[in-house]
Ligand binder design. Structure first.
Ligand code: NIG
Ligand code: FE
Length: 397
């Protein structure tokens, strides 16, 4: 978790969208030929890192929920607001009223903000549609966004995010709709790589989660869970039992959960933005997980309810200050480990020969400045698929 493999006085060579050389500048210069067509970018006195992989986001939504933010400040809890018809249900109402094109236009500036803060790949969930038609609509929006925006989006089906209003008194029917209609249809149309669930008291219990995730597994989806976020329900253990790729949140995970996840190779995705955004004091026990050898990844959980931020640097600051992760651990957790949390560890997440040229030049002399200097954007230049992206701090584009 702390091994960064720093190269002082280093250089990276890129051809097309791939990294073709990395090492000491003099070694790289010895290996590649600079021609009149080669673009040379000077990163002297700067730090170059792999682009962030934000491996847990909900970026497609309509309407914002700042009134709930204020209600929480005044003392209501996330669960109380949800029980009163707010929360995810209010986002569902808003999303259903929008067309695909409207949702795309709403999401694009959010992706721009992610990119300008150094994120080059995200995992993106559905879960505000909660009907066959609206879940498909969301996943098609995610697919289209990945085509038209430089950021790569990896789609996750989250039909089990909440029981929609119209199934309030008939949850069994909704679960049937997910397992018998939505999962087969999303699989047939190849609209998602992963299937996720909100496994939580008052949402989907362990039995229901097992049933839904098993159906998803049978249809070839990788599995993810929102687990042990607001209570110690045991989602982390279910993730281990089913061989999920990751279990996410984990604020209330216990020792057995950590042990079982480690033994089954489940990655722990930690989302301190959701704790901060909800104003709660229970952060996941990151130190304990790392000391016990559980690989940990970091993500924004960007969504209008609990974590309204596109900024991975902010998440690194929170991880350092609220979970006592070291700056080096936060870099590993947000690049290579988060790449593995979306099954892309062999293509992205580190600066290695043959990997995608997704790089960020930082306007700092030491990587530790990134979490240390919080609440600002220190990105100098983003390079995505080998192309220079115009940057907020004057990178040339
Ligand atoms: O990751 N926990 C469930 N889902 C989101 C919140 C979604 C919402 O409130 O809109 C989360 O925190
Ligand atoms: Fe989430």
């Amino acid at each position: 978790m702390e091994e960064l493999g720093i190269i002082e006085d280093g250089a990276v060579a890129i051809s097309g969208d791939k990294i073709v050389g990395v090492g000491k500048t003099e070694d790289v210069l010895g290996e590649i030929k600079i021609t009149g067509e080669t673009k040379v970018v000077d990163a002297k006195e700067k730090v170059v890192l792999p682009g962030f992989v934000d491996c847990h986001t909900h970026p497609v939504f309509a309407g914002t929920r700042e009134d709930e933010f204020e209600m929480r400040i005044k003392g209501k809890t996330y669960q109380e607001i949800a029980a009163a018809g707010g929360g995810i249900k209010s986002s569902v109402k808003n999303l259903r009223s929008k067309s695909k094109e409207e949702l795309i236009q709403l999401a694009l500036p959010r992706l721009d903000r992610m990119l300008s803060h150094g994120t080059t790949t995200i995992e993106a969930k559905s879960g505000y549609g909660l009907s066959l038609e609206d879940e498909i609509k969301m996943l098609e929006v995610i697919k289209e966004l990945s085509k038209i925006h430089p950021i790569d989006l990896i789609p996750t089906f989250l039909g089990a995010h909440e029981i929609p209003q119209e199934y309030k008194n008939n949850r069994k029917e909704y679960i049937k709709l997910i397992t018998e209609k939505m999962i087969p249809e999303v699989s047939k149309r190849k609209l998602a790589v992963f299937c996720d669930i909100f496994c939580e008291k008052g949402v989907f219990d362990i039995e229901e989660s097992r049933e839904i995730l098993k159906a998803a597994k049978d249809h070839g989806f990788g599995l993810k869970l929102h687990a042990d976020q607001l209570s110690a329900l045991g989602g982390s253990k279910l993730a281990a039992e089913l061989g999920a790729i990751s279990a996410d949140h984990l604020e209330f995970i216990d020792d057995d959960g950590i042990k079982m996840m480690k033994e089954s190779g489940v990655i722990g995705v930690l989302l301190p933005g959701a704790c901060f955004g909800l104003g709660i004091t229970e952060y996941p026990p990151a130190r304990k997980m790392i000391e016990r050898g559980l690989p940990v990844a970091l993500a924004t959980d960007f969504n209008p309810g609990s974590s309204m931020t596109e900024s991975m640097p902010m998440i690194l600051s929170l991880a350092c200050l609220m979970m006592r992760m070291t700056p080096a651990e936060t870099i590993v957790a947000s690049t290579i480990n988060s790449a593995f949390a979306v099954d892309k560890g062999n293509d992205i997440g580190s600066i290695e020969m043959g990997k995608k040229a997704d790089l960020v030049i930082w306007n700092v002399q030491n990587y530790k400045e990134i979490p240390y200097h919080f609440g600002v954007n220190l990105v100098d230049q983003v390079i995505k698929n080998g192309k220079m992206i115009p940057s907020p701090l004057g990178g040339e584009g």
